[in-house]
Design a protein around this ligand. Structure first.
Ligand code: FAD
Length: 382
């Protein structure tokens, strides 16, 4: 069965709108993901093409040039991307997070302008993290200062996924009139400098970069959510990022499961296939279970988004936390099953092993997700 067929079958959504784009994406990526990973770069024409087809932020409503997919449909598509290439999925997550931020925090005219651009081939990244504000985003020191009809942005963002490809960066910071804000900064503006992160552990082609903002002046019409609490603004954007990363982890788990099962079924040691050695079979069982559990958690979270359920936030946290943990564990198990056959660059499980570990760090580390889940549990007691 082809990768595409497997992905669409597992969603149980035969005939859904993602089937044709998923098949096309599988063709476009082909066996190139490893080369992109080694080179540390994705083809920009591919990114722009996917962007112009609306596929990097497919939940954007049709009225704004998007595909208007449900969260569930886009989640399945994101898993498909994640199974092919986590760097590409990372770019998709950043674009989706930028679009969601505009959708949630923007006024009507801002939504009309920016969403059209984000579904028209322009690429975007989102900057929260700073040298002294990682898990603790309340420590952010970037400032967005009102000055007549403009705002002036000063700050330093780190590890901004996709910034190396981006036309626009959505920058979060403190707003001079009180509270926080996000501002859409064109990367070509005077005062913006983008420097690639050298040699990332994984998702090596995702275009991670530091973004330096030195007295960058943009029109006030680029400011989103002015004056709202910084924590609220950030939480809104992060929620989308978590959901997207969680679905990406589903893709990693499926790819690792398939590679491990294929290898264990064909490689013989001690006169029988590896899969018939019970300790190896246990790894396979954990991979099968992990992929299934992560899928169910992500489907639940996306259904909550699609129905506007108040459970969206917590179900997304659950999905992200558990899918990332399962992906990191599952990728390690897949490398163990393949052993020397998977212990080098160029094998999908080796790439997954490096990529999956990062999923436990981004969009709220495993520890921060656990802290939030525990807080929720205590609050729920009343
Ligand atoms: P720290 O905050 O220094 O934490 C170090 C360790 O301590 C972690 O294990 C953390 O979980 C733990 N820890 C910290 N505080 C607590 C606590 N209160 N309780 C328990 N444990 C705690 N940022 C962006 O703005 N945009 C992006 O697109 C983006 N993409 C990224 C992509 C990658 C591949 C990576 C690696 C990072 C990316 N980041 C991005 C940054 C990312 O969000 C941060 O790395 C993350 O928030 C953790 O911050 P930190 O690295 O500074 O770790």
């Amino acid at each position: 069965m082809s990768v595409t067929a497997a992905a669409t079958d597992e969603q149980g959504t035969a005939g859904d709108p993602t089937a044709v784009p998923a098949a096309r994406l599988a063709d476009l990526v082909g066996d190139r993901a490893d080369g992109w990973d080694r080179a540390g770069v994705l083809p920009v024409d591919l990114l722009r093409g996917l962007g112009a087809d609306g596929l990097l932020c497919a939940e954007v409503p049709v009225e704004h040039g998007g595909l208007g997919w449900t969260s569930l449909a886009n989640g399945g598509f994101t898993a498909h991307t994640g199974g092919l290439c986590s760097s590409l999925r990372s770019v998709q997550t950043s674009q989706g997070m930028a679009a969601w931020t505009v959708q949630r925090l923007g006024e009507r005219a801002q939504r009309a302008e920016y969403l059209r651009r984000l579904t028209g081939g322009e690429l975007a990244a989102v900057g929260f993290s700073e040298p002294h504000a990682g898990s603790d985003l309340a420590a952010m020191s970037t400032t967005i200062r009102q000055d007549g009809d403009s705002v002036v942005v000063d700050g330093h963002k780190v590890w901004v996924t996709a910034a190396a490809y981006a036309d626009l960066v959505v920058v979060f910071g403190r707003y001079s009139e009180g509270g926080g804000a996000a501002v859409v900064v064109p990367v070509g503006s005077p005062g913006v400098r983008v420097e690639r992160v050298a040699d990332p552990l994984g998702c090596r082609a995702a275009g991670h970069a530091e973004v330096f903002l030195d007295s960058v002046r943009v029109p006030s019409s680029a400011v989103l959510g002015a004056g709202a609490g910084l924590g609220l603004l950030v939480a809104s954007a992060l929620a989308y990022g978590r959901k997207s990363v969680a679905w990406g982890c589903v893709g990693i788990l499926r790819a690792c499961r398939d590679a491990a099962v294929r290898h264990a079924a064909t490689r013989e040691q001690f006169g029988k296939p590896l899969a018939e050695h019970q300790l190896v079979a246990r790894h396979l069982a954990e991979l099968v279970t992990g992929a299934h559990v992560a899928t169910l958690l992500c489907e639940h979270a996306s259904r909550c988004w699609d129905s506007g359920s108040p459970e969206s936030v917590i179900s997304t946290l659950l999905a992200k936390n558990e899918s990332a943990r399962l992906a990191a564990r599952g990728a390690a198990a897949a490398v163990q099953v393949l052993a020397s056959a998977g212990a080098r660059d160029g094998h999908v499980v080796a790439r997954a092993f490096r990529d999956a570990k990062l999923m436990e760090i981004i969009e709220g580390s495993t520890e921060m997700c656990q802290v939030l889940l525990a807080e929720h549990a205590v609050r729920a007691l009343g």
